[in-house]
Design a protein around this ligand. Structure first.
Ligand code: ADP
Ligand code: MG
Ligand code: MG
Length: 251
């Protein structure tokens, strides 16, 4: 589903190479995790896939279902089925959560040539999904992420994911601010949305998150490259021994 081949990325206005040949293949139905030391380029990978400004692809490709992602506008990537949950969910004062969700869904439907959801159908759908995820209806009425607790932001992110029904979900989790409850929310959300025609790329510093999610494959990223891939036991190895051995082996 997601195929990344020899991806090289530098900062647009600095002579700094960040990704130095990332090759990664995530088939439909699978959950892959990326771990790695701080500064290795994990977030940059997710930013480049989302189409964020400030980065320049100097070599390599990234495709979703065979379609070149790197040439697409960010909103077209979303329409093509890519979803990115970011480290720091943006707050949008003045825009109600429902309005935001409906606008996002309709933009996606429009780009796919589908008719807009009626207000009634949307309301029915959002209530159904919110219920299934145990999300309070009150949260739907508040402005997007404004004053949300860390846990509420996570819950909201999972709701966005459930509504948009993406094919490829990328989650980038920081090393700060994910308490045990938030971690449980994220893992339960991912597990609930796992499907044969959907794949996940979960970027994390936490071995513990992977206890709940059970990835099919774990990749270790260091200095802009995937230096090792393996099963879930690789995350346990990192938890036990740190990155030291893997990094010196890679060198
Ligand atoms: P990770 O998510 O693995 O911690 P990042 O992708 O955030 O790594 O960062 C990789 C490297 O690129 C770091 O050295 C970081 O400082 C640098 N970097 C990323 N984006 C920028 C930017 N916009 N300006 C300057 N340096 C950046
Ligand atoms: Mg970092
Ligand atoms: Mg990061």
């Amino acid at each position: 589903m997601l195929e990344i081949n020899d991806l090289h990325v530098k900062l647009e206005d600095e002579d700094k190479q960040i990704l130095k040949g990332v090759t990664l293949s995530v088939p439909a139905g699978e959950v892959h995790a990326i771990m790695g030391p701080n500064g290795s380029g994990k977030s940059t990978l997710s930013y480049v896939l989302s189409g964020r400004d400030g980065y320049e692809v100097t070599e390599g490709t990234a495709t979703l279902d065979g379609v070149d992602l790197l040439e697409m506008e960010p909103e077209d990537r979303a329409a093509a089925g890519l979803f990115l949950a970011f480290q720091y969910p943006v707050e949008i004062p003045g825009v109600g959560n429902m309005t935001f969700l409906r606008t996002a869904m309709n933009a996606q439907r429009k780009a796919r040539g589908e008719a807009e959801l009626s207000a009634g159908d949307f309301l029915k759908l959002v209530r159904e999904k919110a219920n299934a995820l145990k999300i309070d209806a009150e949260m739907l009425k508040r402005p997007v992420n404004v004053g949300f607790s860390g846990g509420e932001k996570k819950r909201n992110e999972i709701l966005q994911m459930a509504m948009l029904e993406p094919r490829m979900c990328i989650l980038d989790e920081t090393d700060s601010g994910l308490d045990v409850d938030a971690m449980r929310l994220v893992s339960e959300g991912v597990n609930a949305l796992r499907a044969p025609d959907r794949a996940f790329l979960v970027i994390t510093h936490y071995q513990r998150l992977l206890d709940h999610i059970r990835p099919d494959v774990v990749h270790i990223m260091a200095d802009g490259r995937i230096v090792r891939s393996g099963g879930p036991e690789l995350a346990l190895e990192v938890e036990r021994d740190g990155y030291g051995a893997i990094l010196s082996e890679a060198r």
